[in-house]
Design a protein around this ligand. Structure first.
Ligand SMILES: Nc1ncnc2c1ncn2[C@@H]1O[C@H](COP(=O)(O)OP(=O)(O)OP(=O)(O)O)[C@@H](O)[C@H]1O
Ligand SMILES: [Mg+2]
Length: 461
C-alpha cells in the first residue's frame, strides 16, 4: 500500500511545503497554509508529459469553427461577454443554496433543447433529484445527458466518448481523482481536478462550467487557487430574503467583467429579467421621501436605474461618527461627504451617515456621486427631491460637477421609466454627447449644473 505523507499547501497560490509556515514564501499571504496528506510516491502527471509541441507562427494558427457558444440563457451569455468561448473553463461560484445548480441545469437544458450535446455531471444530487429539478423547470423531456459520477478519470472517459460541447461539473468540491488518495474537496484534489479539466477543455474543445461552493470572501477550500486556473469566474449572488439574483463576472479572459445578468427565482426556476430598472424601482416604497434619489448607472453595456438612500442622523454625545455605505465605494462616499461639508457648508461631522444602493446592486462608477450628495442633503434637510427627478454626475474636490460618459443611454432609460427631469453635468450638455438630443428633450427636461451648489438649488427648488 502506498505510504501517506503530510504536506502543507497554500490556499491562495497552491505552493507546497513540507512544514507549516505562517506566511507562504511564494505569494506572501499570511495564514494560508493547510495541512494535506498525499500518497507516496506522487504519480507522474501524464497530462503534462504529452507529445512535444513546436512553436507556430501567429498567422498560421488554425482557428476552430470559431464563434461563441450561446447557452440559450441571454443573461448568462451577456455576463460571459456574448457567450462562452469554446475550449474554456468557467467557474460559477456562490453561497450555498443560492441557485447555482438551477442556473447551470437550466442553461444546459436550454442548450440541449436546441439539439446540441450537453452533459451535466452531478456529484451532489442523484439522477432522480436532477430530473425533479428539470421537471420543476418544465424541461424534463429535453435529451440532456446526465451523469452521476465524482471520479475524474471516469468523467473524462465519458467526455471523450460522448464528445459533448458543454459540460457542467456540479460541483468541484465533490469531484476527485482516486489516485491522489485525499478526500474530495481538499486543496490538492480541487487543484488537480481543475488543472485536468482546464487541460481537457483545451484538448477536447469542450466548454466546462464548474460549480464551486465559494463566496467572494473565499470561505471554502481553494477558491483563490481556482480563480487563477480557470478562464472566467462568475459569482451568483442575491439577498437571502429576496427573489432576485445577480450573476456577476469577476474574471473574464475573453470579455469585460462589467457585465451582469439579472434573474428572479420562482417555482419555475430562474427567470431572466429584461427590464432590471423596473425591478429595482418597483421596490421603492414611495417616491417622495427624504434621502431617496434615483441614479442612472451603467452596468457594463446596459443602463440601470438604481435608487440610492441616504440617512443622516444626529450623533449622540460621546460617540464617534459612523459612515456606512452598502453597494457604493466607501472612499467615494467619504469624499462626497467631505465636499458637502467644505463646499456647501452642510454640517455632517456630528452625524452618523448611512448610504445604501437598493437591491443588492454594486455601483463602482463616480457618475453616482451627485446622487449620493443629493440623497444626503435631502435626508439632512428632511426634504425630498422634486418628484420624477434623476440625478447624474461626478463630483470633484472643488465641488464641481463633472461630465460622465454614455449620457444618452442613461437618459433614455430614465425617460423610458417615466422620469421627467434630470439634474446633470452642464459639461455633458455642452459637448457632443448626444446623437438625437431634441428627441430626448421632448420627454425629459435636462437641467445642467456645474457645481454642487447649483445642483442643490435645482434639486429642491
Ligand atoms: N419551488 C420553488 N420555488 C421557488 N424557489 C425554489 C423552489 N425550489 C427551490 N427554489 C430555490 O432554489 C434554491 C436552491 O437552488 P439550487 O439547489 O440550484 O442552489 P445551489 O446553489 O445549487 O445550492 P447548493 O449550494 O446546495 O448546491 C433554493 O434556495 C430556493 O430559493
Ligand atoms: Mg447545487
Amino acid at each position: 500500500m502506498a505510504k501517506q505523507r503530510k504536506i502543507f499547501v497554500c490556499r491562495e497560490c497552491g505552493h507546497e511545503l513540507h512544514k507549516w509556515m505562517g506566511r507562504c514564501p511564494a505569494c506572501q499571504s499570511w495564514n494560508s497554509m493547510e495541512e494535506e496528506s498525499v500518497r507516496e510516491p506522487a504519480p507522474p502527471n501524464l497530462a503534462r508529459l504529452r507529445k512535444p509541441v513546436e512553436p507556430v507562427g501567429l498567422p498560421d494558427i488554425e482557428m476552430g469553427e470559431g464563434g461563441r457558444l450561446q447557452t440559450g440563457m441571454a443573461e448568462l451569455d451577456r455576463t460571459l461577454g456574448g457567450g462562452a468561448v469554446p475550449g474554456t473553463t468557467i467557474l460559477v461560484g456562490g453561497d450555498p443554496g443560492i441557485g447555482k445548480s438551477t442556473l447551470m441545469l437550466q442553461a444546459a437544458l436550454r442548450y440541449a433543447a436546441r439539439g446540441e450535446k450537453a452533459l451535466y455531471v452531478t456529484g451532489e444530487e442523484s439522477l432522480q433529484q436532477v430530473k425533479m429539478r428539470a421537471d420543476r423547470l418544465g424541461l424534463s423531456q429535453v435529451p440532456l445527458l446526465v451523469l452521476a459520477e465524482t471520479e475524474y478519470n471516469r468523467i473524462a472517459q465519458h467526455i471523450s466518448r460522448e464528445r459533448p460541447a458543454v459540460v457542467v461539473i456540479d460541483s468541484i468540491q465533490t469531484a476527485m481523482k482516486s489516485e491522489l488518495g485525499n478526500v474530495p474537496g481538499s486543496l490538492i484534489q480541487i487543484r488537480e481536478v481543475t488543472a485536468s479539466l482546464v487541460q481537457l477543455a483545451k484538448t477536447e474543445g469542450v466548454t466546462f462550467f464548474i460549480v464551486g461552493h465559494v463566496t467572494k470572501e473565499g470561505t471554502l477550500a481553494g477558491p483563490r487557487l481556482l480563480e487563477h486556473m480557470v478562464d472566467c469566474v462568475l459569482y451568483f449572488e442575491g439577498e437571502r430574503y429576496q427573489s432576485f439574483r445577480i450573476l456577476r463576472g469577476v474574471k473574464n479572459r475573453f470579455g469585460s467583467t462589467n457585465e451582469m445578468g439579472i434573474f428572479t427565482m420562482d417555482e419555475k426556476g430562474l427567470l431572466e429579467v429584461n427590464n432590471p430598472s423596473a425591478l429595482f424601482l418597483n421596490q421603492r416604497p414611495q417616491e417622495n421621501v427624504p434621502g431617496s434619489v434615483v441614479v442612472p448607472v451603467m452596468e457594463g453595456t446596459r443602463p440601470l436605474l438604481v435608487e440610492l438612500q441616504g440617512l443622516v442622523t444626529p450623533l449622540y454625545v460621546g460617540g464617534s461618527p459612523r459612515r456606512t455605505s452598502t453597494g457604493l465605494d466607501y472612499n467615494r462616499v467619504v469624499l462626497v461627504i467631505a465636499v458637502l461639508e467644505k463646499r456647501v457648508g452642510l454640517q455632517l461631522y456630528s452625524a452618523d451617515i448611512f448610504v445604501n444602493a437598493v437591491g443588492g446592486v454594486r455601483i463602482a462608477e463616480p457618475a453616482a456621486d451627485l446622487g449620493v450628495a443629493l440623497s444626503l442633503a435631502s435626508s439632512s434637510r428632511e426634504k425630498p427631491l422634486l418628484p420624477q427627478t434623476l440625478v447624474l454626475g461626478e463630483i470633484g474636490l472643488t465641488g464641481e460637477v463633472r461630465p460622465v460618459g454614455r449620457v444618452e443611454e442613461r437618459l433614455k432609460e430614465g425617460s423610458k421609466m417615466g422620469f421627467v427631469r434630470c439634474i446633470m453635468p452642464r459639461g455633458n450638455l455642452e459637448g457632443s454627447y448626444f446623437s438625437s438630443r431634441d428627441q430626448l428633450e421632448k420627454d425629459l427636461e435636462l437641467v445642467g449644473v456645474s457645481t454642487l451648489h447649483q445642483a442643490l438649488k435645482e434639486a429642491f427648488n
